[in-house]
Ligand binder design. Structure first.
Ligand code: FEO
Length: 167
């Protein structure tokens, strides 16, 4: 079944958003590397790879449906974070934005009776719950320790261990 043109445009836009997310997390990894927070740098770099994988999933899906993939320009991410909490807050904000877009796409697939797309998108709906939880729980911990930079260093050390063998 051919995909509705509006849905196709939305999936292509989502591919772009996933590439942008990868770019954003690579920018964050750079920021964390610059301030010598190796754990946060590793986490965000690994996360950038996950975002590339999300883009690839959507890309492969359009190919499978014999639809046209349209790669669009990727914006440079806003950087200029003033501290680690600021950067992780930006990550959470971005994930919430992605969730809104995935939900809108899922709703539109439902309204257009594209059941195959709906089933495919359900993986992304679940994934967004995990992604928001990841950054929300980290932010909660960081806000809890607030100005105590030695505690942020401890969180960084934990993240370094947790992400050591993630590729
Ligand atoms: Fe692909 Fe973090 O959403």
């Amino acid at each position: 079944m051919k995909m509705d043109n509006t849905l196709l445009d939305e999936v292509n836009a989502q591919i772009n958003r996933e590439f942008y997310a990868a770019y954003l997390y690579f920018a964050m990894a750079t920021y964390f590397a610059e301030i010598n927070m190796e754990g946060f740098a590793k986490l965000t770099k690994n996360h950038a790879k996950e975002e590339l994988n999300h883009a690839k999933k959507l890309y492969d899906y359009l190919i499978l449906r014999d639809e046209k993939v349209t790669l669009q320009r990727i914006e440079a991410p806003d950087t200029g974070w003033t501290n680690p909490t600021d950067a992780i807050q930006a990550a959470l904000n971005h994930e919430k934005f992605v969730t809104e877009n995935i939900h809108r796409l899922y709703k539109n697939a439902t309204e257009k009776d594209d059941f195959a797309l709906k089933v495919f998108l359900s993986w992304f709906v679940s994934e967004q719950v995990e992604e928001e939880h990841l950054f929300q729980s980290m932010l909660d911990k960081m806000n809890y320790v607030e100005d105590c930079s030695c505690e942020i260093v401890n969180i960084d050390r934990e993240l370094k261990i947790q992400n050591e063998y993630v590729e």
